[in-house]
Each structure stands twice: as structure tokens, then as C-alpha cells.
Unconditional design. Structure first.
Length: 404
């Protein structure tokens, strides 16, 4: 990955964490065997994810400096993903038609973090004809059949999220999340251990470098498979979102050639510090040590790379739909209609009624402002780094971000 950012003091990568056998995570083969034993199955239908899991575990051990809680959470998360893979295998054996389910013209919303992607996704999720992956569904793609058991399953996810919020004070103001909220696709691709989510929650540069060079085709082939399973239970026209989709546009076009791509744009200087703060909060429960300068350096590099990729993608593909942040939050229903027109669809009266009711609620806005200096970053150098992006998309500066 290119080194774009200029920090107040030259950034140095932290030393690789010491590890001892008694603290080591199980290896990929052991974790896979544990999952198979728990599920009572002999093998995974497609074990090609094993290489990615091995890379991830190696990076966890050598670089992530995991806390005791981080090790427990990592093991739990990996076994959950493996269990879900086996559940998908079992469902396909019972109903092979799942893999034939059509996923037509899915909408992928992406852009810089903090550019209202979550707001737009939540608004579009109110259309009963749309389908979105919800948080609880990505944790339990096949909940219990009985209504009461399914209810308690969803409540269990809500309790997990509440516990995580307790462990990360301030997270709710930056990134509110409930069991029923639409969730990002990074939690889908995490099931095959090829997701940018891991890089957000842990310092794992060698894994990230491997994933960047490996590409995302296999991850999005699984993404389609996962949606096919959800589609058999919750049919609809898929609307998906993640700022990380910027890094996987080629894979998305390969797997979903009829996909509709939407870019949301915002002044980068208004989002850098809050993105770095979010990464800090997400990493804090899992690591023994947090280096804010490293987080600022890493966040800046990824955001600059994201903006470069958006500029290049727009120059090659004039079918991408673009929204400015102020345009979207200032007139959200106009943005919805513009998107539906772009997709060749009509907004139903019921969908519009639900969206208008949602917009009539008092807005919950974070009052916190985070400074660049907190993460070793400087406004002047960042303005230069993001200039190609702001110029390409005629993005206006936000006054608060450029104030002295």
C-alpha cells in the first residue's frame, strides 16, 4: 500500500507483539475441526477459505497485540463464521435450488465513511419491496423456525451489541447499531475471512496487504451465495452498502454485472478524524495497546486510496450514480426518487409514506468533534492529498472541517 500521509512526527510501525504458545490462538485446521465436530458434519463443501483464515490468524498472532478479551472474541467470531458456513452447506443439501436464486440488479451504495451511507441505506430499507441484510441475519442467517425462539435469537444479538457498546464508550454516538438495522456487507465477506472489517478492528497490516493483492472475487462469489440464502427467506430487491465497496468494485462488477453502483461524496477533511476515532474505539477492547498515530496514519492512507479509486472508477464508468453529502441530507426524498429513476423503478406510495415518517423523527446527531492532531495528522498536508478527489467531483469544503 502506498504511504500517502504526512504526520506531525514520523510514524514508526510498532514492534511485533511477543506471543507464547499458551496464549496462541488455535490454528486454522484446529478451528475448522472444532466447527465440524460441533455441527456433526464431515467437511466443508468449499474449504478454499482456509488460506485466508491462515493468513488472518498469522497476522493476529504476530501483529494485533491481542488482549485476553481480544483472543476470546476472535476465537468466538471465527467459530461463529465457520458454523454459519456449515449451516449454509446443510441448507443447500436440503434445497439445491437455493444456489439458483436470482440476485438481479442489486444496488451497491459506497463512498467515504461518514458520508451518510448508513442514513441512505436505512431510508431505502423502509421500502417493503427492498431487501437489506440486517445485523441479526448476518449473525444468524438461519434463525429458529418457531416465532418465540426466533424472537429470543434476535434479542440475543441485541444483548451482544449492548455489551459491545458498554465495552466501547462513545461508539453509539459515532456508529449506532441495533439487531434490526441494515448492516454492511463486510460482515458477509468475513465469513470466508476475506473482509476489510478485520483491518478496521485490529492492527493486521500483513493480512491487509495480502488481501489487497489477492483481490475480492472469491469474497463476492460467496457474497452472492449468502444473499441467495437470505433471498429464500426474505425476498426483495437488494440494496447493499459499505464504504469498503470502493476497494472491491472490479469484483462487484465481475460477480454482479448488472449491479447499480452509487457513490456518496463528502469533504474528506470533515471525516478523517471521526473515521480514525471510530477505528480507535473498535480496536480498543481487543488490543493491549492502542497507538493513535498509527491509527491516524493508517486511516489517512486508506481514505486517500479510496478517493483515488473513486476518481479512477468514475473516469472509466459513466453509469455510476453520484450524490453529494449536502444534496442527500438536504433533500433525501429527492435523492431517493433520483435513485429509483436511475434503477428504472417507481417509488410506491407505501414506501414513500414510511420514508417520510422516518424523516419526520428528530435527528440524532453526534455532538462530538475530533481533532486531526489527536491522531498525528495535519490539515494542510491532508488538503493536498485529497485535492485530486475534491477537484474531480467538485466537492465543497465544509466550514467546520477547515476552521483554524
Amino acid at each position: 500500500m502506498s504511504d500517502y500521509c504526512v504526520t506531525k512526527s514520523r510514524y514508526r510501525s510498532p514492534k511485533i507483539a511477543d506471543t507464547t504458545p499458551d496464549r496462541a490462538l488455535p490454528d486454522a485446521a484446529t478451528l475448522m475441526a472444532m466447527a465440524l465436530k460441533r455441527a456433526g458434519r464431515r467437511a466443508f463443501s468449499d474449504p478454499s477459505f482456509a488460506t485466508a483464515l491462515e493468513r488472518l490468524l498469522q497476522s493476529y498472532e504476530q501483529e494485533a497485540d491481542l488482549s485476553p478479551m481480544g483472543r476470546v472474541a476472535t476465537r468466538f467470531d471465527i467459530l461463529r463464521c465457520l458454523a454459519n458456513l456449515l449451516r449454509l452447506d446443510a441448507a443447500e443439501e436440503e434445497n439445491p435450488a437455493i444456489r439458483a436464486a436470482a440476485i438481479e440488479q442489486p444496488v451497491f451504495i459506497t463512498g467515504l465513511p461518514r458520508s451518510a451511507t448508513t442514513f441512505f441505506h436505512s431510508l431505502l430499507a423502509l421500502d417493503p419491496d427492498n431487501a437489506v441484510p440486517r445485523c441479526w441475519q448476518l449473525i444468524h442467517p438461519y434463525p429458529p423456525q418457531r416465532a418465540l425462539a426466533a424472537f429470543f435469537c434476535k434479542m440475543g444479538v441485541e444483548l451482544q451489541l449492548a455489551l459491545f457498546r458498554c465495552l466501547t464508550p462513545g461508539l453509539g454516538g459515532l456508529h449506532p447499531l441495533t439487531a434490526d438495522m441494515p448492516q454492511e456487507c463486510t460482515d458477509i465477506t468475513a465469513h470466508v475471512f476475506q473482509s476489510l472489517r478485520f483491518d478496521t478492528t485490529h492492527h493486521i497490516p500483513s493480512y491487509q496487504n495480502w488481501l489487497d493483492s489477492h483481490g475480492h472475487d472469491a469474497a463476492f462469489r460467496f457474497h452472492r451465495r449468502f444473499l441467495q440464502h437470505l433471498a429464500t427467506q426474505h425476498p426483495g430487491r437488494w440494496v447493499l452498502k459499505s464504504p469498503d465497496h470502493v476497494f472491491a468494485l472490479d469484483a462487484i462488477r465481475t460477480v454482479y454485472p448488472d449491479a447499480k453502483i452509487v457513490f456518496l461524496h463528502r469533504d474528506p477533511l470533515s471525516v478523517v478524524a471521526s473515521c480514525a476515532k471510530l477505528d480507535e474505539l473498535l480496536r480498543r477492547p481487543f488490543a493491549r495497546h492502542i497507538d493513535r498515530a498509527e491509527i491516524g496514519h493508517h486511516t489517512c492512507n486508506r481514505l486517500v486510496e479510496a478517493t483515488d479509486r473513486m476518481v479512477k472508477a468514475a473516469s472509466r464508468d459513466d453509469s455510476i450514480l453520484h450524490f453529494q453529502y449536502r444534496e442527500l441530507v438536504g433533500a433525501p426524498m429527492a435523492a431517493v426518487r433520483k435513485l429509483y429513476q436511475y434503477c428504472g423503478r417507481e417509488l410506491s406510495p407505501e414506501a414513500e409514506r414510511r420514508m417520510q415518517a422516518f424523516l419526520a423523527r428528530p435527528a440524532m446527531r453526534s455532538k462530538h468533534r475530533y481533532g486531526l492532531a489527536e491522531f498525528g495528522l495535519e490539515k494542510g498536508s491532508l488538503s493536498e492529498l485529497f485535492a485530486p478527489y475534491t477537484k474531480a467531483f467538485a466537492i465543497d469544503a465544509e466550514r467546520a472541517a477547515h476552521a483554524p
